[in-house]
Design a binder for this molecule. Sequence first.
Ligand SMILES: *Cc1c(COP(=O)(O)O)cnc(C)c1O
Length: 372
Amino acid sequence: MVDLKSQYSDIKSEIDNAVIDVIESGQYINGPAVQNFTSNLAQYLSVNHVIPCANGTDALQVALMALDLKQGDEVITTDFTFASSVEVIALLGLKPVLVDVEMDTFNIDVDKISSAITSNTKAIIPVHLFGQTAEMDKIMKLAEENNLYVIEDNAQAIGSVYTNSNNEEIKAGTIGHIGTTSFFPSKNLGCYGDGGAIFTNDDHLAQKMRGLVNHGMYKRYYHDLVGINSRLDSVQAAILNIKLKNLDKYNQSRRNSAMIYNKLINSSEIIKPIIKYNENSHVFHQYTLRLTNGKRDEMVKFLNENDVPCGVYYPIPLHSQNAYKRDEYKESDFEITNQISNEVFSLPMHSELDEEQQKYIADLVNQFMLKS
Ligand SMILES: *Cc1c(COP(=O)(O)O)cnc(C)c1O
């Protein structure tokens, strides 16, 4: 699905030197590499504060912890995503409220957020799924009207550019009150281990979160808040600093590959991804298709048998997961997620795909459709 080794070979000497520099410096925790990367990322995103942390799940947890919510407060998020967002809501004793998605973008359906809001709702966590920004203008408007916080889970869309209703271009993850991301190796901006970050333009929230990731300490051994220990280490920061310089190029190359797949794959029963806002609003963390003839699992098997890795993101809606099931959920509220979790499959997508590989993959997809 990804080819991290060939990306590394292009930047090997730069990475190797940066890693050795950190090791020789002896500053492994919160060293200059971390500060350096943090300020470069803030500049890249045009955001006032970037708080590095250990992974994308911690980033979401710390963001929620910063909001001073009380047990049982409701937080709305999408039914169709990786489990992190619903997991941290539940872990903090808050109540996850899952909402169905749009068929064409796989992102949370804003009209359905509206009807899920109650007097206990305190926050919304939209996820920019597969690399495409959710409908942030409408989400922010709804949040303002109902006095809610918005935390953007930007683990899959770093570098994506959203066009708002004033025609301003703004980076995904910097539109809500807080944005979070993950530097898991396979993400668009990935390190060689675990890492994450939190973004905000709000000075007060930033100050709070800087304490929360560091045992609630602002002054050494003085604990003002109940916090956690969540750090990005210096080696990963040094690697990310080099990869950040290449991020726009990597994202462009993913977009090009997506356009090539779009051109090569031909079937009326396959629905291809759309780019909703502007040409840079989708960074194709995944290239995800829908197969509408009911043979998705056979397609995946066929591709795998022909040495093409093929993933299903995500096969089970969150509302059906054992950990998050709830009697009050009605299947009719999750019609789209129920349908697409049986239809989606994702083809290999990364910044080093070449056209020959894509032809081989697309030929197999077309072949399967001809015989099915
Ligand atoms: C990867 C991912 C996360 C979690 O990131 P980790 O660094 O693995 O904790 C959260 N949300 C989404 C949408 C993701 O894709």
